[in-house]
Design a protein around this ligand. Structure first.
Ligand code: PEP
Ligand code: CO
Length: 465
């Protein structure tokens, strides 16, 4: 069946599903809005607003993810832990885009594979929390749940869930997306001009030499091909960039769930590639119920407490037809646990013969607190979890098809280690995240380079694999 036939086959409609059928299931991590009428009026407004992405972009991404499942592409997914409304600003957005473009250049060059580029942005505004409330000095208030829901300041007024923030989040997502699209369409990602996306660090970083050599060799290859063919190599100025966020606040996601002309079924048009977080991944929970019915490619975080049976049931519910590109598992075990926890899951899915894309998130299993009170992650653990994951997949006969990272294009000091060997004492210099610690631009590039080194070692070890 070719893809267009598949799109027209309405029998694929998931049984007993509607954009609001999640409401009959236990919905974890939802705020309690104090004013039901205000909530209804915000949702009514949201349902009228234009979508942020289109169904054909969603299908194009699904096709690329299907290729990643077959080992023909590598997924790079990255961005902030939590976007904030005040970070919707040109410098921050373009720097984040720059670091993702630089990393993808390193990966394309080193892995000899096209990269699927997906940002954690233009909608990453809702955060799961370990507790519903927070107590400071004897005062207890609702937890901050991301800018989509309330504000981070520790005051009663700031913490009240405000449904108007959904309208604001939609607008900020649209502005972010519009700016990213304009940059890309205007030639920002042009391979003839990698200097467009240079960040300041290129002038002084310990990694700069290696990166510059790569840029020079790509430039030589492009010019060589152009000389041979006597004309410009086309498409080097055009790339695809997709968006993703955690589909956590279900009333918001429902408001942007739409039907489109000439397609059967429903689409989440707030983002290309929504994912389900670890805390809301129960197979009979509201989040799985909601996402099983939309036609987007979807991802689900897999933590150390998931067992093989649960994983297979998730596949049954989320991808019953074994559709290529549909389902991604993002494992996030932590460097200390991955060798124990991952192999039984890989083995179960492989034995079952199901199609999934395996991606490693080396951030969320490696969070720790320093003695001076910062939430941080050690670079060696982040790199270690990715490297171990490559080996564990190779041993299980499966394939690691991508990475999911929290990163920024700024010179922050939130994760320790890396080429500059940041210590706990460095954290206070430039710690800006309101939620989880991100890799800074240099640590991000270093991860991309270590992925390439690891892959090349593996290819040398088993050249016919
Ligand atoms: C996140 O991606 O920011 C997150 C909260 O991850 P997880 O659901 O894996 O804990
Ligand atoms: Co996070």
């Amino acid at each position: 069946m070719n893809p267009s036939e598949r799109n027209l086959r309405a029998v694929n409609l998931p049984a007993h599903w509607a954009p609001d059928s999640w409401r009959a299931r236990p919905a974890l991590q939802m705020p309690t809005y104090p004013d039901a009428a205000a909530l209804e009026s915000a949702l009514a407004e949201l349902r009228q607003l234009p979508p942020l992405v289109t169904s054909w972009e969603i299908f194009a991404l699904k096709q690329q993810l299907a290729e990643a499942q077959e080992g023909k592409r590598f997924l790079l997914q990255g961005g902030d832990c939590a976007e904030s409304f005040s970070d919707c600003e040109s410098g921050l957005i373009s720097n984040r885009l720059k670091v993702l473009l630089q990393m993808s250049l390193v990966l394309v060059h080193g892995l000899r594979l096209p990269v699927v580029r997906v940002g954690r942005f233009a909608g990453q505004y809702a955060k799961p929390r370990s507790a519903d409330s927070e107590t400071r000095d004897g005062v207890t208030l609702p937890s901050y749940r991301g800018d989509l829901v309330n504000r981070p300041e520790f005051t009663a007024e700031a913490r009240i869930p405000d449904p108007r923030r959904m309208i604001k989040a939609h607008a900020r997502s649209a502005m972010t997306m519009n700016f990213v699209r304009a940059l890309i369409d205007g030639g920002f990602a042009d391979l003839h001009h990698p200097e467009y996306w240079n960040l300041n660090w290129v002038g002084y970083s310990p990694l700069a030499n290696e990166y510059q050599q790569m840029v020079t060799s790509i430039g030589d290859a492009v010019r060589f091909m152009e000389t041979l063919s006597g004309s410009e190599v086309h498409n080097l100025n055009r790339i695809d960039f997709y968006t993703s966020h955690e589909a956590l606040l279900l009333p918001y996601e429902e408001g942007l769930t739409r039907e489109v002309p000439r397609q059967w079924g429903w689409f989440n048009l707030s983002t290309h590639y929504p994912w389900i977080g670890m805390r809301t991944a129960a197979v009979d929970g509201a989040h799985v119920e909601y996402l099983r019915g939309v036609r987007n490619p979807i991802a689900i975080k897999v933590g150390p407490s998931v067992n093989p049976d649960q994983l297979l049931r998730l596949i049954d519910v989320l991808n019953p037809e074994d559709e290529p590109g549909r389902l991604t598992f993002i494992h996030r075990m932590g460097a200390a646990q991955v060798a124990d926890k991952l192999p039984p899951l890989l083995e179960a899915v492989r034995r079952d013969g199901r199609r999934v894309l395996w991606v490693c998130d080396p951030m969320h299993g490696n969070t720790e607190s320093t003695s001076n009170g910062y939430k941080t992650r050690r670079f060696d653990n982040v790199r270690g979890e990715v490297e171990q994951s490559f080996d564990l997949h190779a041993a299980a006969g499966t394939r690691l098809g991508g990475v999911h990272l929290e990163l920024t294009g700024e010179d922050v000091t939130e994760c320790t280690g890396g080429a500059r060997e940041l210590t706990d004492a460095d954290l206070e210099r430039a710690y800006r995240s309101t939620v989880d610690p991100r890799l800074n631009y240099e640590q991000s590039l270093e991860i991309a380079m270590s992925i390439v080194r690891k892959q090349n070692q593996q290819t040398k070890a088993s050249p016919h694999a």
